[in-house]
Design a protein around this ligand. Structure first.
Ligand code: PLP
Length: 388
């Protein structure tokens, strides 16, 4: 029986207070007519957009497109950019498959040239390689705000300053950071920001979105019903409708609105707590003999609540199974949908064991997880000594 949940980088649990009730209320309520509130209720999409705009410090709620998550948001951004003539893309080795796969697909079709910039020995995006990639021509630069493998926060502001200096469009993947760290597109220089609702924001799965700067003219890659302007032969031009086709996930978005209301009040502490507990985990695991923490040197202010490690003698997937079945700790093992970074941090081909905390975890959860890992490392060390 699982008692400690340390897989919050995949999806946070528990969800923010009020989320479950809001989803339930929305499912039970009579569906609203598009373009109209349902009686006295407001459209959850309007509330989500205005709370998200406040969270990101942008004055244009209408520039926030609501999607089923970061994956759809990233595909809308990338494919839309290619429709406007983007032919050369630079990304980093820290990207998730929701960036790498659409880009590789376009590369295979001959639609784009792709450069994936590697990391330096201390875990940062290699600025020299990055500058070389930009010099080779870049129409679009995609940066993961924080790795979902190591928890390291990339210096997106510097990367985007260089990118924009080279004339490239900029797309930030804030899946691991919105709700955990400030994500301010105007300060970072991000013209597009993809985000998810079910990780740092502690909202429901199947929610997320894309901020698009008003200076951009991103064309739709999906067309369909919008509930209004049905006379038009093509997808309406106005944002955010231009990039939103089909019936919205109203119950999910009602839940996201509840999570965002919480993020605007008590949730402010969530991010700092994640980061503090993440630092405690990183430090404590690093001290165990036989445990290797990846990017152990990550400074406290450049980390999220995510820590990757291996235990000598334990394949990561087997270790995760034992952590769950013998110690009641739910975590994740493997490549974590981010295959490139493992070549740079030395964890290919099997990947890592990943612990990822939320603000709902406690110091005693961290202590229990650390002592489980200590016991597993000691058990394999003893077996090794006995066999020698
Ligand atoms: C860095 C990163 N990007 C993108 C995604 C995809 O997010 P979503 O589940 O909202 O599609 C994830 C989640 O797994 C992620 O960690």
């Amino acid at each position: 029986m699982t008692s400690i949940y340390l897989n919050n980088a995949a999806s946070s649990w528990p969800k923010a207070p009020g989320v479950a009730e809001a989803v339930r209320r929305a499912v039970k309520a009579m569906p609203a007519e598009p373009g109209r509130g349902s009686g006295h209720d407001t459209d959850p999409r309007d509330e989500c957009r205005s709370l998200l705009a406040g969270l990101m410090g942008v004055p244009w709620p209408g520039q926030i497109v609501l999607t089923s998550g970061a994956t759809l948001a990233l595909n809308i951004a990338i494919l839309g950019c290619v429709q406007t003539g983007v032919r050369s893309v630079v990304a980093t080795a820290t990207e998730h498959n929701s960036v790498l796969r659409p880009l590789r697909h376009l590369e295979r079709q001959g639609a784009i040239r792709l450069s994936v910039v590697g990391l330096t020995g201390d875990g940062q995006v290699d600025l020299e390689q990055f500058a070389k990639a930009l010099a080779g021509g870049a129409d679009l630069v995609v940066v993961n705000h924080a790795s979902n493998v190591t928890g390291r926060v990339n210096d997106a502001a510097t990367l985007f300053r260089l990118a924009r200096g080279a004339g490239a469009l900029t797309l930030l993947d804030a899946s691991q950071t919105l709700g955990v760290l400030p994500v301010r597109p105007l300060e970072i220089g991000a013209q597009m920001v993809a985000f998810t609702g079910h990780k740092g924001l502690c909202g429901p799965e199947g929610t997320g979105g894309l901020y698009v700067s008003p200076e951009m003219d991103l064309p739709p890659v999906l067309s369909g019903g919008t509930g209004v302007r049905s006379d038009l032969p093509l997808q309406p031009d106005e944002m955010p409708m231009r990039l939103e086709a089909g019936t919205p996930n109203s119950p999910g978005l009602a839940g996201l609105a509840a999570a965002l209301r919480w993020a605007a009040s008590d949730g402010r502490l969530e991010g700092q707590r994640r980061r503090d507990l993440g630092s405690l985990l990183r430090r404590s695991l690093s001290q165990i003999r036989g445990v290797h923490v990846f990017d152990a040197g990550c400074p406290e202010d450049a980390g999220t609540g995510v820590v990757s490690f291996t235990i000598a003698g334990w394949p990561p997937d087997e270790a995760a199974l034992v952590l769950e079945e013998c110690f009641g700790i739910r975590c994740r093992a493997g490549l974590h949908c981010a295959p490139e970074i493992h070549r740079w941090i030395g964890s290919a081909p099997h990947g890592t064991i990943r612990f990822s905390v939320s603000g709902a975890n406690t110091e005693s959860d961290v202590e229990a997880a650390v002592s489980a890992v200590r016991a597993m490392a000691a058990a394999r060390a003893e077996q090794g000594e006995a066999a020698a």
